[in-house]
Write a protein that binds this ligand. Sequence first.
Ligand SMILES: NC(=O)c1ccc[n+]([C@@H]2O[C@H](COP(=O)([O-])OP(=O)(O)OC[C@H]3O[C@@H](n4cnc5c(N)ncnc54)[C@H](OP(=O)(O)O)[C@@H]3O)[C@@H](O)[C@H]2O)c1
Length: 359
Amino acid sequence: MSSIKAKAVMYSSYGDPSSVINIHNYNIDLTNLKSDEIIMQTLASPINPSDINQIQGVYPSKPPLTTELGTSEPSAVAGNEGLFKVIAIGNQVSKFQIGDWCIPSGANFGTWRTHAISNESNLIKLPNDSKLSLNQAATITVNPSSAYQMLTYYIDLKPGDWFIQNGGNSQVGKAAIQIGKKLGLNSISIVRNRPDLDVLKNELYELGATKVITEDENSDKEFGKVIKEWTKGKPIKLGLNSIGGSNLTNMARKLGHDAMLLTYGGMSMKPVSLPTSLFIFKNLTAKGFWVTENIKRIPGSREDTINKLLQFIEDGDFKDVVNFEIDLNLNELTDDDLLNAFKKGLKDSSKGKQIVKFT
Ligand SMILES: NC(=O)c1ccc[n+]([C@@H]2O[C@H](COP(=O)([O-])OP(=O)(O)OC[C@H]3O[C@@H](n4cnc5c(N)ncnc54)[C@H](OP(=O)(O)O)[C@@H]3O)[C@@H](O)[C@H]2O)c1
């Protein structure tokens, strides 16, 4: 075989993701491989809120639109996170062997595609063994990495300390619960009410949540007393916000003196609104968190974070969480199959994390 027929999910203009994505076919020439290049087959491509925002054109970090892959109009491959398997290597490649698993080391890689070619320096190798599941490997760079950095980079939390978060049911939230438990921290996770609340609560308690409360409880002034009983008067030192609006305002009121509030998402599309008194009388510090910026700002932080998470997985302390999987068979894949899989994933992403898998 002298070339590979690859397919990519691309966009040439910004807008509603399902309307602007299209499939582009291109060849990867195996005879022309540079000495430090690697050819990979995609194993899994998650669909994250940031991927959606990027295609909408409202995300600050965007890949350039180019004609590099032979598109008639300048375009970009969608997707930032993904797991690949090495299928060919240049003769000077030192870190990778055929069959290895790898992930992009930076953002804007364009992971929604069947195959990719990359310089080895832009890739991180992951262990290809039974302890690390395909799901965990495919999703390690965004959500668990964010949770780990928020819990460890901003404030010195000691075992026994408390943190509170909204979006407790999100992938970041579930990762924060697990990492918090591993670090000996106590967590309060706020979730939206739902008919099967007990099922969700049990899932989060099994992951290691200390307490799970609903938005309604979070908004009830009297409930603050219950929380004080749980914490035995210890201040809640860190708040993680991915929702905004009144959910956040009510969560911030639970924070103790000198606490840190990190905002990393705005799922309610409502602004971050904080009581003045928290700043004046409780010395609150409120900051934004963006993993994409952190990995640029703090050299080595992506690798360090991933190594820590891999150790947690190796120790058996970081469980695989349920995702919605869309399976595609690479051997029989048509353009429509690929397009429809991502359109379905985009449509269903409000129901939970969607991962397109290629076998
Ligand atoms: N800044 C960063 O570096 C960074 C990194 C990773 C993720 N993020 C952000 O973190 C957020 C979560 O990402 P994810 O991938 O973990 O998401 P996810 O697994 O898809 O979960 C989304 C969560 O948002 C909740 N939600 C959605 N709309 C809501 C609303 N109107 N009010 C209250 N809750 C609402 C959902 O609650 P239900 O379960 O009740 O539907 C669910 O818990 C996103 O905003 C994402 O962009 C930011």
